[in-house]
Design a protein. Structure first.
Length: 87
């Protein structure tokens, strides 16, 4: 199956090499831009898990959300972040 995917994208070894170089360059640039040290730091956050982020720590009822945020404000400060998803 992989051969059919690669074969449909790159017809020759040179095309496959060029495609690989373009992909690798794009990936490395993306990583570098994402990790650039601009001096900005994210605010403190709740603990997070891969894929689900901080969702498991949130209350299940909307009525409890304000109280939850006030508790987190007392622990983490006036500004804090929640993580949703893999990052």
């Amino acid at each position: 199956m992989m051969e059919s995917i690669v074969g449909s994208v790159a017809e020759s070894p040179e095309e496959l090499l060029l495609l690989s170089v373009v992909f690798l360059t794009t990936y490395l640039l993306y990583r570098r831009i994402g990790e650039s040290d601009t001096g900005h730091k994210l605010p403190p956050a709740l603990p997070s898990l891969p894929v689900v982020g901080s969702l498991l720590y949130l209350p299940t009822k909307m009525e409890d959300l304000a109280e939850f945020c006030m508790r987190q404000k007392n622990k983490l400060g006036n500004v804090f972040s929640l993580r949703f998803g893999p990052k």
